[in-house]
Every structure is written in structure tokens, then in C-alpha cells.
Design a protein around this ligand. Structure first.
Ligand code: URA
Length: 250
């Protein structure tokens, strides 16, 4: 079997699609599209110097574990830098994974499960993210996962600008420490926050951005995929693109 086609079927199977259809429309939806040709790297207006202390800006790979631990300590378990500490969050959800990962995922904010367990992406959307990671041959512990903000907003509302402003310097320092080759922004909020743009996710997908020395691509949030399974095809395209960059093929 064509290996791209096999990959594609595995992705769908891993995501819980158990059958195939005789319907031509179904096949046209899953048909393997060739890896796209390299696109021009886009420059962005993202500042490169925000709140990254010189000491942590260019760590040796072996320092990254220590830097992340120090950063977590610096935030502290009872962070009160923004109002979310008084709005029902149970704990700070820092980040998880390989401190030297080549691939980093950035989501929006912890939800109820993450607030309970202290780890990003452990709820239903997180379980789907784990399958998406595995679909490109990696394990969850191979990558690094963090959010734009580290505390759960009440009722899962979007993070507010003052909350992002107080918290995102820590994400910048996580990125500076991990120095991933590729960052995948999960969903509209993460993509817009990282890229400082109001462009819709549909305009940000399919492009590449240079973000603080990493290649950033944006894709749909796994929670969106749970509601809109047909978007899995686009996510698979994005994941193939990330895999090609990681493998040095693009
Ligand atoms: N959604 C996110 O954006 N982040 C999480 O950690 C969980 C759900």
C-alpha cells in the first residue's frame, strides 16, 4: 500500500474513525494529497526580544531541563500576577514534555481537567492531541506542550488581554529554553496570540511563520476537531508539514 495512504488511514483509525464508506464523497475527503511544495517563509512582526532574560535566551540543550524547573519555581504554585488566582483556578499548569523537544505545541489555557491534574491537554481534547502526535510517529513525551496562559479562566472563557500580558513572558521563556524546531499553535486563540494578529485561523493555516527562531505553523484546536471531525483532514495536512520540516525535507 502507498505509504502516504497507509499513514492517512492510520491517522483516521487512531482518531477513532472505524470504517470506510463506498461513497465517492467519503473517499474524496480522505484522499491523500501530496506533500505540498515548500512555501516561502513568512516574516512576522512578532518582537524577538520581549522579556527573555539574557541568561535564558540561548541555553545549551542540557540546560533546558534546569531552566524550565527554575522557571516553574519562579512562577510558583500560588502565582498572583493576574486576576485568575482569585477566580477559581485550582493550580498553575506549567507545561510538560521533553525539555529539548524539536516539536512544541501551544494551546490556549488549561480547562477543567488540566486545572484538576496540573498538566496541559489531559482532557478529551488532550487525548485527541496525544493521538495526533502519535499519528506522526512521536510519543507525547517526545514533544513539549504548553499554553498561552497557565491558569484556567472561569467557565473556560477566552483569556483576557491583561491575563495574556502577565503570563505570556513565561511562555516566551519556555520557547527560548526548549528552542523547538517547529511550534504548532493549536487553534485560533493560540495562533493569534503568538503571532499578534487578528487574522482568522483559516488564513493562518497553511502558512509558516518565523517565531523566535522556530518555524510556527497554526492548525485547528483538538477541541474544535471533536466538534468538527471533517477538519481532521486539514490537521493531518498540517501534521505532515510539521513532520517534513522536522525531518529536514522542507
Ligand atoms: N485546551 C487548551 O487550549 N489547553 C489545554 O491545556 C487544554 C485544553
Amino acid at each position: 500500500m502507498d505509504s502516504q495512504f497507509a499513514d492517512h488511514l492510520k491517522f483516521f483509525a487512531d482518531l477513532g474513525v472505524t470504517g470506510v464508506s463506498r461513497d465517492r464523497a467519503w473517499w474524496s475527503r480522505v484522499a491523500v494529497t501530496p506533500l505540498s511544495s515548500p512555501e516561502a517563509t513568512e516574516a512576522t512582526s512578532v518582537p524577538t526580544s520581549t522579556a527573555v532574560p539574557a541568561a535564558t535566551a540561548v541555553p545549551a540543550a542540557s540546560d533546558s531541563t534546569q531552566i524550565l524547573m527554575m522557571l516553574k519555581d519562579e512562577i510558583g504554585p500560588a502565582c498572583m500576577r493576574c486576576k485568575l488566582h482569585a477566580l477559581g483556578r485550582k493550580q498553575v499548569v506549567f507545561g510538560v514534555g521533553n525539555p529539548n523537544a524539536n516539536l512544541m505545541f501551544v494551546g490556549e489555557a488549561p480547562g477543567a481537567d488540566e486545572d484538576e491534574q496540573g498538566e496541559p491537554f489531559v482532557g478529551r481534547a488532550g487525548q485527541l492531541l496525544t493521538k495526533i502526535i502519535e499519528a506522526i510517529g512521536l510519543k507525547r513525551h517526545d514533544v513539549y506542550i504548553a499554553n498561552i496562559i497557565k491558569c484556567r479562566p472561569p467557565g473556560n472563557r477566552n483569556p483576557e488581554p491583561d491575563e495574556v500580558e502577565r503570563c505570556e513572558p513565561f511562555l516566551f521563556r519556555q520557547v527560548a529554553s526548549v528552542q523547538p524546531k517547529v511550534i504548532i499553535a493549536l487553534g485560533k486563540f493560540a495562533a493569534q496570540s503568538l503571532l499578534k494578529t487578528a487574522d482568522p485561523i483559516t488564513r493562518l493555516r497553511g502558512r509558516r511563520f518565523n517565531y523566535r527562531g522556530s518555524t510556527l505553523i497554526a492548525t485547528f484546536h483538538p477541541a474544535y476537531l471533536l466538534r468538527n471531525p471533517s477538519a481532521k483532514r486539514d490537521v493531518w495536512d498540517d501534521m505532515k508539514k510539521a513532520r517534513a520540516i522536522l525531518q529536514g525535507h522542507e
